[in-house]
Design a protein around this ligand. Structure first.
Ligand code: ATP
Length: 612
């Protein structure tokens, strides 16, 4: 597409974490460093992180003080005066417990805050992607990035950042005190811990990639499940439940395998850490025990052992946090990929013309429009047409001629590669998409009905509509019977995708929704495809009435729907090959006659230009 993309700045949204995108936008990377990304994600929660870190450090300090008090109690055993040291020890215990609990709560709340910000940003981004992007990605996989991937990131941020910071600081404090107590023993501890750190370092990147694959497998599983549930009648009618279950089963197995691989790497990492910590504990116990009397007191050994035991928690949490961060990074990469998907530009493609130009009449005009969804595969090849402010214009032509594509361009889901669309004489690139869309209402072939009540569905585009307005469109679209029949009337819940309505009823609900907006241009794509003859006749009358109030552009295979149109454009292979009224076209256009013949349709008047 050449025409019309907005500037890069317009196309690129602010990131949900409130930071600028990393410079390597094109690459499939999650940023300069895992910890840096985590710190960036929590940037909006600095006070909470600071408070949680402070409380955890305070709790740890209270914990670190306990061995010194314990040493005093042990060394002074039998000499009396133990009441105050014991009370102090109890106070230190209680203080550690309280600060720990408050710190943990702050962390959890911060994690929830991070995930909320991420989800807001992701949802807002995913709803504004370029139309073609939706065709390239499976919706359930995108959904899983908002649900499961963010949950994994939450665990990493809530725990890992503070665990790492406090774990490192507390370990450093304990190590310093241990060095002061017995440097030789500390050297032995350091050697065993270094071995564990080496194992962890080797496994880190493998764990991150395994976690990303595991999250990807869950996304694919969700997408395949959505495929089957979204087409359940087809699955049932073709007795394909077993086949679908088997297909989804392979996804479940793949998710299992990637999950197990992640668990394996995690287990090795955690075990290495635990072994090292326990090993260093044993070394201290044995070597320290042998040295009691020669190079140190029993109190010293007890204090050293207690510090070694206090190292267990912070060091384990540092190792655990490394694993969590890698898992979080795997998930965050998927979120980041989604955030890099191109968004529909919100602004104008070019500035409005400075001098007022004389606008040609027409709610919508297409001038020599060329368009293709893929390079080298043109769908529209120089289409020109005009829709006046009042009256009914129809598009007819064989399947695949490009009729719906014209609607997609009118709704600015896509931009033409050549030529221009004009709304009320204003070139579309000089208008925002919102400005264009506010003028139109589109009823497409899929007649979307969303989960909610009939009222919700009809007032979707005008949430504040009053009852009289809703009543007007209900009557116009012949929905009165439906409203009376449904339990609760307009308040009746229509179920998933309007499952409780017939195809024709859904079509009329979609039409009522469009009419409620009182658009200046109404686009109807196959509005009668699901309607019976009575409803089709009623709709034809409605269309005549609407055409008096606004511009109406209708696509129809059934020519009976559009034979009263003021002008009909015949489309063939992306070109307008004829244009005129029904009777004129019957006389002049072989292609139109062919369409009419196929439907055994005849002219309506005495000079109808019968096609016999
Ligand atoms: N999103 C898309 N991506 C790629 N190609 C598409 C897309 N939508 C439509 N096409 C192709 O563009 C061509 C024109 O499709 P379009 O839907 O405009 O035809 P149509 O005249 O409305 O057909 P019908 O009467 O069957 O609805 C077809 O060949 C179709 O396969």
């Amino acid at each position: 597409m050449t025409g019309g993309l907005a500037t890069d700045a317009e196309a690129r949204p602010d990131r949900p974490d409130g930071t600028a995108p990393p410079p390597d936008r094109g690459r499939d990377k999650a940023g300069p460093g895992a910890l840096a990304t985590m710190v960036r994600l929590t940037s909006g929660h600095r006070p909470a992180v600071a408070a949680a870190t402070g409380l955890t450090l305070a709790g740890s300090a209270l914990g670190l003080a306990q061995p010194l008090v314990a040493r005093r109690i042990v060394d002074a055993a039998g000499q009396g005066g133990l009441l105050w040291p014991v009370l102090l020890l109890v106070g230190l215990f209680a203080g550690e417990a309280v600060t720990g609990a408050v710190g943990r709560f702050l962390l959890e709340r911060m994690g929830e805050g991070v995930i909320r910000t991420l989800r807001h940003g992701l949802v807002s981004h995913l709803l504004r992607l370029e139309m073609r992007t939706y065709g390239e990605h499976r919706s359930a996989d995108l959904i899983s990035r908002v649900t499961t991937d963010t949950t994994v990131v939450r665990e990493a941020t809530a725990q890992a950042v503070v665990d790492m910071v406090t774990g490192c600081l507390v370990s450093a404090g304990a190590l310093a005190l241990m060095a002061w107590l017995d440097p030789v023993l500390l050297l032995l501890v350091a050697v065993t811990l270094a071995a564990a750190a080496a194992v962890v370092a080797c496994l880190v990147s493998g764990l991150r990639s395994a976690a990303e694959h595991a999250q990807g497998a869950v996304g694919t599983l969700a997408a395949d499940l959505e495929r089957a549930l979204g087409a359940l009648p087809m699955v049932r009618a073709h007795c394909a439940e077993a086949r679908e279950a088997e297909r989804i089963g392979t996804r479940i197995d793949a998710a299992y395998r990637t999950g197990v691989r992640t668990a394996k790497l995690s287990a090795v990492m955690n075990s290495a850490a635990e072994l090292a910590i326990q090993g260093s504990f044993l070394v201290v116990l044995v070597i320290g025990g042998l040295r009691v009397g020669d190079a140190g007191s029993l109190g010293n050994l007890v204090a050293f052992l207690l510090y070694a035991s206090y190292l267990v928690v912070p060091l384990s949490s540092v190792f655990h946090a490394v694993g969590l961060v890698q898992r979080g990074m795997g998930a965050y990469r998927r979120i980041d990929q989604a955030l890099r998907l191109p968004q529909e530009p919100a602004g104008r493609t070019r500035p409005p013309a400075p001098a007022p130009v004389r606008r040609p009449a027409g709610a919508l005009t297409l001038r020599d429009v060329h368009f293709g969804y893929r390079p080298g595969r043109p769908v529209l090849r120089g289409v020109s047409l005009s829709v006046p402010h009042h009256g009914q214009i129809a598009l007819v032509g064989r399947s695949g001629a490009g009729k719906t594509t014209i609607f997609s361009l009118a709704a600015r889901f896509y931009e033409p590669q050549e030529g221009v669309l004009l709304f009320d004489g204003r070139p579309a690139p000089e208008m925002t998409r919102r400005e264009c869309r506010e003028r139109i209402a589109l009823v497409d072939q899929n007649t979307h009905v969303v989960h909610g009540t009939l009222w919700d569905n009809i007032t979707y585009a005008v949430p504040g509509a009053d009852a009289a307005e809703v009543d007007r469109v209900v009557r116009l679209t012949n929905l009165t019977d439906v409203v009376e029949r449904l339990p609760g009337g307009l308040a009746c819940n229509l179920g998933e995708r309007g499952a409780t309505l017939s195809g024709g009823e859904r079509q009329r609900v979609a039409l009522a929704r469009a009419l409620l907006t009182r658009p200046s241009l109404l686009l109807l794509d196959e509005p009668t495809s699901h309607l019976d003859a009575i409803n089709e006749a009623a709709l034809s009358k409605v269309m005549r009435d609407i055409a008096g109030e606004c511009a109406l552009l209708v696509i129809a295979h059934r020519l009976s729907t559009v034979q009263n149109a003021d002008r009909i454009y015949v489309l063939d292979a992306g070109r307008v090959i004829a244009c005129g009224t029904h009777l004129e076209l019957l006389r002049r256009s072989a292609a139109y006659r062919e369409l009419a013949h196929a439907q055994t349709l005849r002219g309506t008047g005495p000079d109808s230009g019968s096609v016999e």
